[in-house]
Design a binder for this molecule. Structure first.
Ligand SMILES: [Ca+2]
Length: 384
């Protein structure tokens, strides 16, 4: 339910323009940091009247209870606020939707009273607020201004040369157009570029800008690349001016603090390890195979503030290195105590790695519907 992490916006700013730029930034940003939710839930009088109002709105047949069907719009709203795709579009998301619904109905097909509705809504909102406080979501309106600033800045040429040098010509990149496409994909929200991995951005912003690009074949000189790249980005700026793109941006730093917290809390640690080990298959003498260490780590990941294996490439690399380091992949059969000891060693080593080299993960998703107006359940976020 939480997305975790330290949220912070870093923006480049050049000299005297910085202040003006910050003001512009502020006008373009909307921040979801959970403070609106906290304020709402924290004020008993306001929250009660909010619940009264929502309850009445949802209670279509006016019987003073909410049926599963009447709860659906509320659940859909919560899902959207959690960043889930719409109900019915993904089985993973649908699972979470049914969990949210179960929170209200306690797994029964019973109607929900106003008291229950209030309690559960308060719990869910507080959980979300805690997540947002750690990882605020910043809504960015990308209208080409930052990108324009980037291409007119002194760093543009050096950054472009670096990008050009990193493109592998063997990797199916033959025409100038291929080069430019790959280069565009290297531009990030920090450059003022919405994520080109989004299909809408690709077909409405990037592809039209690439159309005029000549189809010159390899070898491509650096000069040709630089000249053409700048032209294409200029056209991207134009397209963004005409059709600004709204991006929900959040950042999370994996710095080992979650593991540290877990390791320093003996009770919590024992509980986590016991729950993890209980799920694992054993041989007749109760011993465990080391091949289950990876499963065990994944099971305890949420308690240690780690992402599931496979979700973040850089994290997977750290985990793989640590497994190699402690010889955890040899598949030997060990006693429970030895298994636990290895788990602690793995967690401790991951923590040290992350403390030395924290991993920053930035997530950027294009908002295709205005967030605030699509939600009927949440207070309007404040614009900062
Ligand atoms: Ca009803």
């Amino acid at each position: 339910m939480e997305s975790g992490g330290k949220g912070m916006m870093t923006k480049k700013g050049g000299g005297g323009q910085q202040q003006q730029q910050q003001q512009q930034q502020q006008q373009q940003q909307q921040v979801f940091d959970g403070s609106d939710i906290m304020e709402l839930v924290g004020n008993e009088k306001v929250f009660s009247s909010y619940v009264d109002h929502k309850f009445e709105e949802l209670d279509r047949d006016k019987d003073g209870k909410l049926s599963v069907k009447e709860l659906q719009p509320a659940v859909a709203d919560l899902g959207a606020a959690l960043g889930l795709p719409a109900h019915g579009t993904s089985s993973n998301a649908d699972h979470i939707y049914s969990e949210v619904l179960n929170e209200f109905t306690h797994g029964k097909q019973e109607k929900v009273s106003k008291t229950e509705f209030k309690e559960v809504l308060s719990d869910i909102l507080l959980g979300m607020a805690a997540g947002l406080k750690r990882d605020p979501i910043v809504i960015l309106r990308m209208d080409g201004e930052d990108l324009h600033e980037f291409i007119t800045s002194p760093t543009f040429e050096t950054e472009s040369i670096t990008i050009f040098a990193q493109i592998d010509p063997v990797d199916g990149t033959t025409s100038l157009r291929d080069y430019i496409t790959k280069a565009i994909q290297q531009l990030t929200v920090d450059h003022g570029m919405p994520p080109s991995s989004d299909s809408w951005v690709m077909s409405n912003i990037v592809e039209p800008a690439l159309q005029a690009c000549t189809n010159q074949e390899n070898p491509i000189s650096q000069e040709t690349f630089l000249e053409e790249f700048k032209k294409v980005v200029e056209r991207v700026v134009q397209h963004l001016k005409e059709q600004p793109v709204i991006v929900a941006h959040s950042e999370h730093t994996f710095d080992g603090s979650g593991i540290k917290r877990l390791l320093s809390n003996k009770f919590e640690l024992e509980k986590t390890l016991d729950a993890t080990l209980r799920e694992l298959p054993r041989d007749r003498s109760g011993k465990l195979s080391k091949e289950y260490l990876r499963v065990a780590l994944d099971t305890s990941a949420p308690s240690a503030g780690l992402p599931p294996y496979g979700a973040v490439d850089q994290m997977d690399k750290v985990v793989n290195d640590v497994f190699k380091m402690v010889d955890a992949d040899d598949g030997k059969i060990v006693q429970e105590e030895e298994f636990k000891k290895l788990m602690l060693e793995i967690l401790g080593s991951i923590m040290l790695q992350l403390e030395g080299n924290p991993i920053l993960v930035s997530s950027n998703s294009v908002v295709h519907e205005p967030l605030a107006t699509s939600s009927t359940l949440f207070p309007q976020p404040s614009s900062s």
